[in-house]
Every structure is written in structure tokens, then in C-alpha cells.
Design a protein around this ligand. Structure first.
Ligand code: DSN
Length: 482
């Protein structure tokens, strides 16, 4: 009963918003309305997605968006920023308190932006500042043309050691198709072929030989814990800066599921994250760092970022305030319990999982065990209403496009309220689809890596069972757009 007034308020807020939009461009109002229906109807297992609260969503839809605010709190390049200052200061305060960080920068628009801010902060601290000091000047504009050319060469001649893509690393960790690979000489560390776990001894040997400026830890498809204390020890040994990209698992750090050696914040000099994955905030990024990097990090805008998005910083503040509530700790624990239940359910039904299971929010199914490529598995699952994404597995014979893996994650379904028993049912649905999918053929009759055939009736039957499951946990129950 006590929820009724809030529910009415939420419905009214979103309905009025859509009416206003419909008056200008009905196709956009329709697309927004259709998106909530699509999300309500699908079994969302994409490990990097979640559902932000109505308060977070509403914090983004307002006139804070109209303000330019380059600079940082109290030091802007534009007048009239007092409300943006409040928003940014409150968001940063929540971030510092939540993660126990010395400094928080909440402006990055995305994870890649947060990583760029971090890279340039480290380059400024470790390459640019010493060059200025050697030249006896305070800023780059005071350097001679010759010294400036030498500094630019030095900035472009630094090394980064990051996790290999097929072991679960991220494209922004020094890989050539991304700007990070064009900025740094990159070398990768991987996982042990037997256990599938990060091989710290090999990492240490590689770091000693390669002498990187930055060692970057963090992943988008590694289902186990990372020992950040050990990573820092290795970084210190070779005079590297330890940077951790916790985009995927920030919610587990915030919810105190990852603590001690597995919490990156006390160990890394600089930590980046997105805010919309397991942290359940708005789409955006954030940087946490120690005092030594704070000034450089605050130069993110205009160094590599366009003007801050004050409305999104407002939503970050709301999401971070939510994550400081005791309920968020319970949520984070349930995410991990659910991932384990899903992994166990899949394994019991004969699926092969990379590393044999999970310690975090995601699991990686090696679908070659079903005779499929990742692409075939992804599309067959989607046909049955199960939304996942294909992903390379270590030493993947099918490469990054077709892949041999399917990544599944539990942050979104946990937000929706599903529990461990229901994860077993989800495992059953996934296994049903994969084991009843066969490989299609190319025009010349050879086995295809892309096409597939799902047995008649399976998609409908799975979709019905999944709809029953989802009906027990309505998404955004407080929002009625009818
Ligand atoms: N796109 C995110 C993911 O799915 O892991 C990372 O960039």
C-alpha cells in the first residue's frame, strides 16, 4: 500500500514526459515506449547491462543539460555554474565515500573516456611533468619547439601491459583498433591454459622484461577474481603505475562483495569505471585516484573530454546515493549468488564454462561443446527471447567475430528480482536452446559459422517459459504508460 503514491508519481512523470515528446516527434515517443516493452519482455543476460532506477532516469531528463560547465567544481570556464557545482560535488562526495577513494572525477561520458582521462593523467604525471621540470618551465606553451617535439615523441613512446582480449581484456587496454593501441606500445598478459586463471608468474616475468609505464587490470569477460594487491606488487617492482578498469565489477566493489585483495581502490593508483553496469547508474564513466594524480585527473575536460553532462552527473549522484544504502550490498551479493547458480545449472546440464565456473557476475559458456559458434548460439538464443552476447574465449579458434563463447551475466535479472532457483530455470532454457540448435550450411553446402537452425517449436516453448518467469518479477512496476 505504501508504494502506491510513489508508483502513481512515477507513472505520471514518465507519462507526462512522453506526452510532451509526442507533441514534437511522435516516432521518438513511440521508440521510448517500445523500449520499456522490449526490456520487460526479454530475459536480459548481457553482463554489462542493468536497469537504472526511476529516480536515476528522471535525474537525466531536465534543464541541467542546458549548461556548459568546462572545468571542475569552483573553477569553471563559464559563468553561472553554481548548481552544476553542487551536482558534481555531491556526486564526487558519494563516490569517494562509497569506494573509500581519495579523489573522484565524475565527468567522463563513458568507460573509454574515463580510460583516456586516466591514461593522460599518468602520462602527464610521469612523462610531461618531469620534462617541464627539466626544461625549467611551468607549462607546455613555454617549451621551445625542440623540447616540445621531444616531449611529443616521448609521450607517444610509452608502454602498457594489459590483459589479452581473448582472456577477457578490453579493447581500450592498448589494442590497435582503439586509440589506446595507437598511443601505447602494448603487450598482453593472459591466462593459464589449464586453469583459465590469470597467470601472475608469467605476468610478473613479462612486466620485468617489458618495463611498462602502466599495468592495466580489469576485464569485460573474465569470470574470476583478480588479486589487485599482487598486481600492485608487480607494478611497484617494475616502477609501473597500476590502473584498474573496474567497469564490469564496480557494483560488486560498491556492494562490498569484492574486498581486501580483490578491491582495486586501496591497491591501484588510479581506477576507472562505467556507472551503468553492475553499479546500476546512468550511462557514463568515472575516475577514482590517489592524491598524486588528482590534479591531472581533474584536467580531463577539456584535455580529452567535451563539456560535462550535468544532467548525467546528477543521475550519477542519485545512483551513488542508492549504492550507499544497505540494500545495495544485498543486491551485489545476490548478483554473485545468481551468477554461481546459473553457472552451476549450466554445468550440471553439461555446458562447458571457461574456468569451470564463476566468482563474479558473469560466466563464459564455451559453445563449441554444443557444436556451435558464438554467433550461432547468440542468434538462436535471441530467437527464443534470451538476450546475450557472443564473446571470444581464450585461444579462440573462431576469432573475435564468430567466436566460440557466449557471455552471460546476472546484474540485470537480479535487479528485476530473480533468485537462485530461477537461475536454474534460466540455465535450463539456455541449455534447451543450445542443445536443440544445429549448424546451418553455406550456399555451397559447407557447414556455416553464421547460420543455424533451431528445432521447430523450441523458440516458442522457451519464450513462453521465460515469459512466465519474467511475469513473476515485473520490470519497473511503478511505471504504467497505458
Ligand atoms: N561494452 C562493454 C561490455 O559489454 O563489456 C564493455 O565496453
Amino acid at each position: 500500500m505504501s508504494a502506491e503514491p510513489t508508483r502513481t508519481t512515477e507513472s505520471t512523470a514518465f507519462r507526462s514526459g512522453l506526452e510532451a515528446i509526442r507533441g514534437v516527434e511522435p516516432r521518438i515517443a513511440d521508440a521510448i515506449g517500445a523500449e520499456i516493452e522490449d526490456q520487460r519482455a526479454s530475459l536480459k543476460l548481457i553482463a554489462s547491462e542493468n536497469y537504472a532506477s526511476p529516480a536515476v532516469l528522471l535525474a537525466m531528463g531536465n534543464w541541467l543539460s542546458d549548461k556548459y560547465a568546462e572545468g571542475t567544481v569552483g573553477r569553471r570556464f563559464y559563468a553561472g555554474c553554481r548548481n552544476v557545482d553542487t551536482v558534481e560535488a555531491v556526486a564526487a562526495e558519494h563516490a569517494r565515500e562509497l569506494f573509500g577513494a581519495r579523489h573522484a572525477y565524475v565527468q567522463p561520458h563513458s568507460g573509454i573516456d574515463a580510460n583516456l582521462v586516466a591514461f593522460w593523467a599518468v602520462l602527464a604525471q610521469r612523462v610531461e611533468s618531469p620534462a617541464l621540470e627539466r626544461a625549467g618551465v611551468r607549462q607546455v606553451n613555454e617549451l621551445t619547439e625542440e623540447d616540445w617535439a621531444a616531449l611529443r615523441r616521448d609521450l607517444g613512446d610509452q608502454r602498457m601491459l594489459g590483459m589479452s582480449l581473448d582472456a577477457g581484456g578490453h579493447l581500450t587496454h592498448g589494442f590497435r583498433p582503439n586509440i589506446s593501441g595507437k598511443m601505447f606500445h602494448q603487450r598482453s598478459y593472459g591466462t593459464d591454459p589449464e586453469s583459465g586463471l590469470i597467470d601472475y608468474a608469467a605476468l610478473r616475468a613479462s612486466a620485468r622484461e617489458f618495463r611498462p609505464l602502466i599495468i592495466i587490470a580489469g576485464y569485460s569477460a573474465y569470470p574470476r577474481l583478480v588479486n589487485f594487491r599482487l598486481m600492485r606488487e608487480i607494478a611497484d617492482e617494475v616502477d609501473a603505475t597500476l590502473m584498474v578498469d573496474m567497469a564490469h565489477f564496480a557494483g560488486l566493489v560498491a556492494g562490498k562483495v569484492l574486498t581486501g585483495d580483490f578491491d582495486p581502490v586501496p591497491h591501484a593508483q588510479i581506477v576507472t569505471t562505467t556507472t551503468h553496469k553492475s553499479l546500476r547508474g546512468p550511462r557514463g564513466g568515472m575516475v577514482l585516484c590517489d592524491d598524486s594524480l588528482a590534479d591531472q585527473v581533474d584536467r580531463g575536460c577539456p584535455m580529452v573530454l567535451g563539456g560535462p553532462l550535468p544532467h548525467v552527473m546528477a543521475a550519477k549522484a542519485v545512483a551513488l546515493a542508492e549504492a550507499r544504502q544497505p540494500e545495495f550490498r544485498a543486491y551485489a551479493q545476490r548478483v554473485v549468488d545468481n551468477a554461481r547458480a546459473l553457472a552451476d545449472g549450466l554445468t550440471r546440464r553439461g555446458a562447458r564454462l571457461v574456468t569451470g565456473g564463476t566468482d563474479n557476475h558473469l560466466a563464459l559458456i564455451d559453445v563449441s561443446g554444443y557444436g556451435l559458434t558464438g554467433r550461432q548460439a547468440e542468434e538462436a538464443l535471441l530467437e527464443a527471447g534470451i538476450v546475450t552476447n557472443r564473446n571470444a574465449i581464450p585461444r579462440d579458434p573462431n576469432g573475435a567475430w564468430y567466436t566460440s563463447g557466449i557471455r552471460v551475466g546476472t546484474p540485470a535479472l537480479t535487479t528485476r528480482g530473480l533468485g537462485t532457483a530461477e537461475m536454474d530455470e534460466v540455465a535450463e532454457l539456455i541449455d534447451t536452446v543450445l542443445s536443440r540448435t544445429s549448424v546451418g550450411t553455406t550456399r555451397s553446402g559447407k557447414p556455416s559459422k553464421a547460420t543455424y537452425a533451431l528445432e521447430d517449436g523450441v523458440a516458442k516453448q522457451v519464450a513462453e517459459r521465460s515469459a512466465d518467469l519474467l511475469a513473476k518479477h515485473p520490470l519497473y512496476p511503478g511505471i504504467d504508460l497505458s
